[in-house]
Design a protein around this ligand. Sequence first.
Ligand SMILES: *Cc1c(COP(=O)(O)O)cnc(C)c1O
Length: 387
Amino acid sequence: MNIPFVDLQIEYRTIKKDVNTAITKVLARSDFVLGQAVQEFEDAFACYCQAAFAVGVDSGFSALELILRAYGIGYGDEVITAANTFVATALAISTCGAKPVFVDIDPDTYNLNPDLLEAAITPATRAIIPVHLYGQPADMDPILAIARQYGLKVIEDACQAHGARYKERRVGGLGDAAAFSFYPSKNLGAFGDGGMIVTNDADIADQAKLLRNLGQRVKYEHQLKGYNHRLDTLQAAILSTKLPYLDERNVLRYQSAATYDRLLRGLPVCTPKIAEWAESVFHLYVIRVQDRDGLQAHLNEAGIATGIHYPVPIHLQPAFQELEHKRGDFPVTEQYSEEILSLPMFPELGIQRVSYVVDAIKAFTARTTIREHQSDYIKEQANVVSN
Ligand SMILES: *Cc1c(COP(=O)(O)O)cnc(C)c1O
């Protein structure tokens, strides 16, 4: 059996008719830029997130960048985020001219550790970007409390968490503004790039609309120096077709995660810990193991594709060398980067594929256990000899 890390083709085959109809409608209208489908999808997505406003943009990266710009964050400012995140979170901050300041992750949830947050705040801090990594919401209440105390904005990076809930509320409306990505492999994915800004703040929604579209409300009247970061109308139409299936597809992910949890019990593998106040949408199913590279190679030989999210922490990347970080600055993130392994995860994965993956993991861990026993045996023999 060959198991891909994600499979986008199965979903397309099942929704092909609906998608083709949606595309044909856009083609017939030919309102390709900021057309009717963009507004329709924005309304539907804001409603889905239980938030007031949604502004469609061309990627998750642009969503983060335009939120920061809408708040006027730039040179001389600092923005705090989690040390373990996708590079785009940090790049959005540096693109605006601001300095990314990292906070190590909580050892259980792998999300920004609120206990370490206050120590990272300086007079230059303007905002905090908690990341709902792997689909699990960050612990928002303590983060929001600290942010209010210091007058900081809280921007959710919800690019991996479409539909996740924190204390029964959807992510996206928990902070001041939120960024979503519709990169094809995300829980809600376009047929190309796409993103969304979600907020309850009318001024930020208005600023974001100006910024994504050359600073104009009315054609050729420019209120400010904007950009071209609009959500494509065809992508919006496709996303509207897919949105009604998001919840049931997240449930399927959850079921696969529960099966992984159950079948991996008792093996020398650390499975994801979901906080009692969190409802994860399992964008990724990430385990930790001692010989990660060995297990990955073993699974690869068995036809099972895996991923590492992320193998090199951002503070150790050459691209961010000006921050002058060194190994040891964020010990949990660094340790985990050598132990984490993302197993195949997509809605159609199913119990049989999950069992196959777990059997392959069992075969590998059985081998390592034998090796350990052997060395114990050798030690025992040595003791017998020396005594
Ligand atoms: C995917 C992702 C982004 C960026 O989204 P793009 O649409 O690829 O630009 C940002 N942050 C996180 C955590 C992501 O997973």
